[in-house]
Design a protein around this ligand. Structure first.
Ligand code: GTP
Ligand code: SPV
Ligand code: MN
Length: 594
């Protein structure tokens, strides 16, 4: 081992894991550039990382074709009783799960180095931050953690000063026998993958996958699943939300936090450049928000991450120019295609389709090829500080005061472009019943409609019924200072299957209407599902959209909404006694209004 560990809990844990996993070496990370370059050099030498000629200090990785996204079916919330994990989570009894996993962990790091990664979610040393230590046998994970979290030996100093940490154990689950040659992306087969959480003891055990949220344990595992359970106990919120600052032409600021399911538009909205003249948007975070009530009674949000792990396909100078500018250097690309010039490419990056590429599986690709050149869940890992519109307050430990919450999802039909909740309770009902078509951010079927409450179905570390209670309680505490709640759908389609709304920078038109509502500048019309904009109140200046399209976008068909009710009832029935009475009333009221 290259460093002495003074903290007893940490040194005991390292020893225990090393005894179990039997690595060849142990290396304690310090988060420096030299360390990053050293790891990357090893990854280049082994053939796992492909340096990109066209982008300074940027690399392409290709994962195993079986290991391309989160694995919700293999993700577990292991509380002492099944009821505590609730109906939306997979559950195995903690001692049974630990026994199973210990058998898998035994000797799993043979032939590999065990990396000890001390990291902070949130600015190092800030009272709102949480410390984690990830043990991993993947150098790819180390490099990604350098970008996505604050990896530093200063974190170890904080432990010495008495701060606690969350142990995050990760193995790709692919030991090497003596002399055995390694593969480009080692991992375990799907049936031995486990992404396990023990929220009652703030502990994470992940086995078998090297991809994204399965392996970068600061993100979904710590900052959402474990943090949401802590937040419930301690009276704050850990949410799957982007955070942005909108400034109007008069210089007034609005802070917006929005929860959309995976691959449903958070990164894009977070750094959107408004199409409405004179308005400015700055990014604070693109995936996770931690929120606490401040001394003045308002809700303040921080982004615990320090990078973006964003969906590549669809990202272009037309749709998300600020992301494109973030990606100019110092980026890790995973499962993108490679051009003959030594750059990355993906579907939707520009109109020019190269005549030849190497696809994400490493095969020759031409426009005639039947398969996508980039995997639909191909991702970039990039430092948030490189985003041209990163907000100057993005690392302020105080956070920013939230004015507006947005819920939403991907719905080809039924759900209008935007509506406003009648009240906080109604807003919680909208969050609790949010539904969206599934995407390739998870391994499984794509395009299936499912309820994804608060975009947290895959990320809530406890019983979702209790989570609904928690949101209602937070509203009571916030009272008149609670953010206003809206619901959006950028993805409604015409009969011909085309998106009705242009989206991206034009989404600013919808955000502007929300700000006007907050300021009392415009009224709204009551509909059975919520408050709709009055005709002409959404600023469409300079936008070429037909009146028919606008009408279709905004239409609320009571018959279509009545058809949603049985599914909402079934969804609510899952929670049994844990479903708040207030949400039952909200459903009754909706049925009456319809
Ligand atoms: P995760 O990182 O998985 O949590 O996803 P995300 O919510 O950040 O989604 P992201 O912004 O990466 O968008 C996912 C896909 O939706 C991309 O292909 C985008 O191009 C597309 N998308 C985002 N916003 C819009 C929009 O306003 N309209 C349309 N039509 N597509 C959008
Ligand atoms: C998501 O799936 O919501 C992501 C990507 O943000 S991952 O980090 O893989 O969870
Ligand atoms: Mn996400």
């Amino acid at each position: 081992m290259n460093a002495a560990i003074k903290n007893e809990k940490l040194s005991n844990w390292i020893k225990e894991v090393a005894d179990m996993c039997q690595p060849d070496n142990i290396y304690v990370c310090n988060g420096t550039k030299e360390e990053y370059n050293f790891m990357m050099a090893k990854l280049i030498a082994s053939g796992s990382a492909i340096p990109l000629e066209k982008r300074p200090n940027s690399y392409l990785f290709r994962s195993d074709p079986s290991d391309v996204a989160r694995v919700e079916d293999r993700t577990f919330i292991s509380t002492s009783s099944k009821d505590e994990a609730g109906p939306t989570n997979n559950w195995i009894d903690p001692s049974e799960l630990k026994e199973k996993m210990k058998r898998l962990y035994r000797g799993c790091m043979k032939g590999r180095t065990m990396y000890v990664i001390p990291f902070s979610m949130g600015p190092i040393g800030s009272p709102i931050s949480k410390i984690g230590v990830e043990i991993s046998d993947s150098p790819y994970v180390v490099c990604n953690m350098h970008i996505m979290t604050r990896v530093s030996s200063k974190v170890l100093d904080l432990l010495d000063a008495g701060r606690d940490f969350i142990p995050c154990l990760h193995s790709i689950g692919a030991p090497l026998k003596k002399g055995q040659e390694d593969v480009q992306w080692p991992c375990a087969p799907i049936e031995s993958k486990y992404i396990s959480h023990f929220p009652e003891e703030n502990l994470i055990w992940s086995f078998g996958s090297g991809y994204g949220g399965n392996a970068l344990l600061g993100k979904k595992c710590l900052a959402l699943r474990i943090a949401s359970a802590m937040a419930k106990r301690e009276g704050w919120l850990a949410e799957h939300m982007l955070i942005l600052r909108l400034t109007n032409p008069e210089g007034k600021q609005y802070h917006i936090a929005a929860a959309f399911p995976s691959a449903c538009g958070k990164t894009n909205l977070a750094m959107m450049q408004p199409a409405v003249k004179g308005w400015k948007c700055e990014c604070i975070g693109d995936d996770i928000a931690w929120m606490k009530i401040g001394a003045n009674g308002r809700l303040y949000a921080i982004n615990p991450e320090s990078g973006f792990f964003g969906v590549a396909p669809g990202t272009s100078y037309d749709t998300n120019p600020m992301a494109m500018d973030t990606l100019k250097e110092n980026v890790i690309f995973t499962n993108c295609a490679l051009t003959d010039e030594g750059d990355v490419w993906w579907e939707g990056i520009n109109d020019a389709v190269p005549s030849h590429l190497i696809d994400w599986k490493g095969r020759d690709w031409t426009p005639e090829s039947k398969n996508d050149a980039a995997h639909p869940n191909a991702r970039f890992t990039a430092p948030a500080s490189q985003c041209p519109v990163i907000c100057k307050d993005w690392e302020n430990p105080e956070g920013v005061p939230i004015d507006i919450f947005i819920f939403g999802g991907r719905r080809g039909s039924v759900v209008p472009l935007v509506y406003e909740a009648f009240s906080w309770e109604h807003g919680v009902f909208l969050g609790a019943t949010a539904a969206s078509e599934t995407t390739s951010a998870n391994i499984g079927a794509v395009g299936n409609l499912r309820r994804d409450p608060f975009a947290m179905k895959p990320f809530c570390g406890y019983n979702m019924g209790d989570y609904f209670h928690h949101w209602l309680n937070m509203g009571e505490k916030l009272g008149s200072k609670a953010p206003r709640i809206f619901y959006v759908n950028w993805f409604r389609k015409s009969q011909e299957g085309k998106f009705l709304w242009p989206g991206f920078s034009d989404n600013s038109r919808v955000l502007k209407w929300m700000c006007d509502r907050v300021d009392g500048e415009v009224s709204a019309q009551k509909s059975p599902i919520g408050l709709l904009p009055l005709e002409g109140d959404i600023d469409l200046t300079g936008l070429n959209i037909s009146a028919e399209n606008m009408e279709e976008l905004m239409s609320v068909d009571p018959a279509e909404w009545r058809a949603e009710i049985p599914d909402i009832e079934a969804h609510f029935a899952m929670f049994g006694k844990r479903l708040p009475e207030k949400l039952k009333h909200q459903l009754k009221d909706l049925i009456t209004r319809l």
